[in-house]
Write a protein that binds this ligand. Sequence first.
Ligand code: GDP
Ligand code: MN
Length: 379
Amino acid sequence: MNIQEYQAKELFRAHGIPITEGRVARSPEEAREVAAQVGKPVVVKAQVLVGGRGKAGGIKLAQNPDEAAERAGQILGMDIKGLTVREVLVAEAADIKHEVYLAILMDRRRKKPLLMACAEGGVDIEEVARRSPEKIVTLPIEPDYGLQPFQARQVMLKVAPTPKAGLAMARIATQLYEVFTQEDCSLAEINPLVVTPDGRVLALDAKVGLDDSAEIRHAEMHQRFRQPETEGEQLAREGGLSYVKLDGDIGCVVNGAGLAMATMDLVQHFGGRPANFLDIGGSSSPEKVTTAMRIILSDPNVKAILFNIFGGITRCDDVARGIVQALGGMDVRVPVVVRLTGTNEEEARRILDGVHLSATTSMDEGVQAVIARAREARG
Ligand code: GDP
Ligand code: MN
């Protein structure tokens, strides 16, 4: 489970990592109050679980409480990569002299935590990794010994602008490792970790992923940090389907997680953007299909829907009945494209003929067709 920046910063604070003073706000009024409390220029930051909020216009500076309220009004309700902003963090604005990158993550290949640091901070680290991987310093951490202070110093002195900042950053790296292990994280990232003109070192951003398997050890925290469910997520949980919303406009209903991943890849390959991952599972009853349709239609970004069914245990005729039921009982305002093959395929085609839907057997054709329909719908 990924948590919001203000939640991650609560963990940082508890482990001694220096952050700027601030609080979460859910209305322009609240933003004004927080800014008044801070009593200095503030930064208003969209709280959504995606990176690149700055570039998307979700981070704005404000000189005084009135301006903070105005900025919060602009950011709240904003759509950032398919997510609606419901909360903003209002925090003291820092002056930035240097930005570095610091993270601890689980290195699955080595099966141990990895410390990662880079003198280029504040930018997309994946981009740095592509462009100049030699700039990224890494250190595998032995869990039996933990991150030793001398190791943290060795790494952070390489990326810090001055030895003094390097020592402060080494302490922060040790504290971040404490967050990582004690709170059972899969990722703890600070980007940027900044040095101010007066030489203070501060975590300006915070990204933390909590290991879901460790929920039993942090039940209270996990419950408190859990995001409220969207309509789609609630329908998926109640219907026993796995659903992950994405920021594209092509809804995908697929049986089996592997095929669902392959479908998303193929949509991307042919120039489309998947709106979701949705696995309706093995033995799919018509009810599961109608639920799937309801979930997908709860996302206003969806412009066209692709059913991609490989009939094995799943019977194609069951899925076809579900599609007919959904089209009959629901207000389906977007085109539906069906690709199916396998068990009871002929029967499925007969059923779909009844509602003037033709189903292709080719996955490539199905994906290309749904991308074309979405493009038409976009106009
Ligand atoms: P992200 O874009 O989602 O990673 O959000 P960040 O919290 O990393 O902020 C993006 C960028 O906004 C940072 O790299 C900074 O350049 C800028 N920024 C964020 N907070 C402050 C601040 O307190 N003061 C100043 N001057 N810039 C800030
Ligand atoms: Mn950032």
